[in-house]
Write a protein that binds this ligand. Structure first.
Ligand code: GDG
Length: 477
């Protein structure tokens, strides 16, 4: 098997297995932004992608797909339950999102996490050429950088963390806090969404491991008494803005947006929420504020509709089952209290939609509500503004998202402050066109200039620079 100069390692491969009308199996590119961003780089570098094909117990040989060599890592049903649903999504996810839900600490889950991370590291080590570059993605694979460095000291290793990194007071709950920090420090470049995340990480390293940190550099002592440098800093991720603009210009998408408005009875204002059904997204807080505005008569059900798309997510994890029950109870209470025969306060959709439909919804919405309690970045906020080519529409954005650092012209809110959130929703609903235009232009400028292509270019450049610096310091000693 030829080895690649650039290898991406992620929990999931960039393809989904689909069954055709005659029962035949095929692969289809998954819709995510990361996949789109990396596609040209992977093609140019004859890159390889290591990841799980998405179904338990599926054994597949490596294969080529649209210019990328795909290396499947097989997971058993037990691995999925313990490593993925357990340690990744029921320990790390809640802990790193500031303990919004209670993290569960299980030694059995941890053992599976170590075992599966080792398998990913082994697969990456076999796929990458001598002196090559490996870019590891996200919290499911925090131990891979160190494991990979032990197997292949010749490599340049990067790691990007898509979710927040918590303050040390919370991080220190993790029974395996040392091993995880050491795992991440195996990378030459460790990327975070926000400056604050990189700061929390550096602080955890100082407090827990007593390593020296200076600006973005962390000095990592080695067994032979020498040291190496790991660099930890922010690389805020973005979206493939031009593809959203292209969709927003399509006549059939625009027609669909008008059709959506009409099917809701052409309300004066449409508010929109689009989230995976996840407790980090603050959907309950949003519903509470909106419900109170209706109950108090500040909004009238004849004038407004909230469309809430809550796409199904992690449905086998207990906390997600409970959340679904809570949200659906709240939605039906509000609708039951205020709906009329002809008007509904909330159109709730527990479904996933094609991207065209999402863009039509963005175009139909006067106000976009992003009320996350904690969110690494929040791409939905960026997608909404990218599609608003008419410079109209208002983004209400939680301060607790990474996007908030870059999107100062949004109406920024603290979702815990329900009165404040209500006032902000009213301000958004009533905002004059000129102010919408001024804010939206500034938001769009930022997202269009800093798209996901710029993000991946900056990260790859940082890895190349790290390689040069390390080569220079080796010649110097
Ligand atoms: C993690 C971090 C960080 C949602 N429903 C549908 C659909 N979506 C798309 C959205 C958006 C994506 O899924 C969700 O991205 P977010 O950034 O909002 O949130 P997470 O899934 O939690 O992502 C996050 C991100 O990684 C990247 O680093 O920003 O903080 O938590 O693109 O549009 N897309 C379609 N149908 C749906 O029903 N087609």
């Amino acid at each position: 098997m030829p080895q690649a100069d650039l290898v991406v390692v992620a929990n999931r491969l960039p393809v989904d297995r689909v069954t055709g009308p005659d029962g035949e199996q095929a692969w289809r590119r998954s819709p995510g932004g990361l996949v789109t961003a990396l596609e040209p780089v992977m093609r140019q570098n004859h890159g390889a992608w290591v990841g799980w094909p998405g179904q338990a117990d599926l054994e597949v040989e490596p294969f080529d797909f649209e210019g990328t060599h795909l290396v499947p890592v097989s997971l058993s049903a037990d691995d999925v339950e313990l490593y993925y649903e357990g340690f990744s999504n029921d320990t790390i996810w809640p802990l790193y999102h500031d303990v919004i839900a209670e993290p569960r600490y299980s030694r059995l889950w941890w053992d599976a996490y170590v075992r599966v991370n080792r398998r990913f590291a082994g697969a990456a080590a076999s796929a990458v050429a001598y002196n090559g570059t490996v870019w590891v993605q996200d919290y499911q694979l925090q131990l891979v950088p160190k494991m990979l460095r032990e197997l292949r000291p010749d490599l340049t290793i990067g790691y990007f963390h898509h979710i927040p990194f918590p303050a040390y007071g919370l991080y220190s709950q993790l029974p395996w806090r040392r091993q995880v920090l050491e795992g991440l420090l195996g990378a030459d470049v460790i990327g975070f969404q926000r400056v604050a995340d990189a700061g929390n990480f550096a602080r955890a390293v100082r407090r827990q491991l007593r390593f020296e940190t200076k600006a973005s550099g962390i000095t990592v002592p080695l067994a032979d008494g020498s040291t190496r440098v790991a660099r930890a800093r922010a690389f805020p991720i973005s979206i493939d803005a031009s593809s959203y603009i292209e969709l927003a210009h399509r006549p059939e998408v625009r027609a669909r947006a008008a059709e959506i408005r009409a099917s809701l009875g052409n309300p004066r204002k449409i508010l929109l929420g689009v989230d995976r059904l996840d407790y980090t997204k603050g959907i309950g807080h949003r519903l509470k504020a909106y419900g109170e505005l209706l109950a108090e008569g500040r909004l009238k059900v004849e004038d407004v509709t909230l469309v809430q798309v809550a796409s199904p997510s992690r449905e086998r994890v207990e906390a997600y089952m409970q959340l679904r029950d809570e949200i659906e109870l709240t939605v039906s209470r509000i609708n039951g209290d205020v709906d009329t025969m002809g008007h509904s306060a909330i159109r709730y959709l527990h479904q996933g939609y094609p991207r065209e439909e999402m863009v039509a919804l963005f175009l139909a919405a006067d106000v976009m509500l992003v009320t996350a309690l904690r969110d690494g970045m929040n791409l939905v906020a960026k997608e909404y503004v990218a599609t608003r080519t008419d410079n109209r529409g208002v983004l209400v954005l939680s301060e607790f998202t990474g996007a908030s650092d870059e999107m100062g012209s949004a109406i920024r809110i603290n979702p815990h402050d329900i009165e404040g959130l209500k006032d902000s929703i009213m301000r958004a609903v009533e905002m004059p066109g000129a102010e919408q235009g001024r804010r939206m232009r500034a938001l769009r400028r930022r997202v269009l200039e800093h798209d996901v292509e710029a993000w991946s270019r900056e990260f790859l450049q940082a890895m190349a620079r790290a390689r040069r610096e390390d080569a220079n310091s080796e010649t110097a000693t």
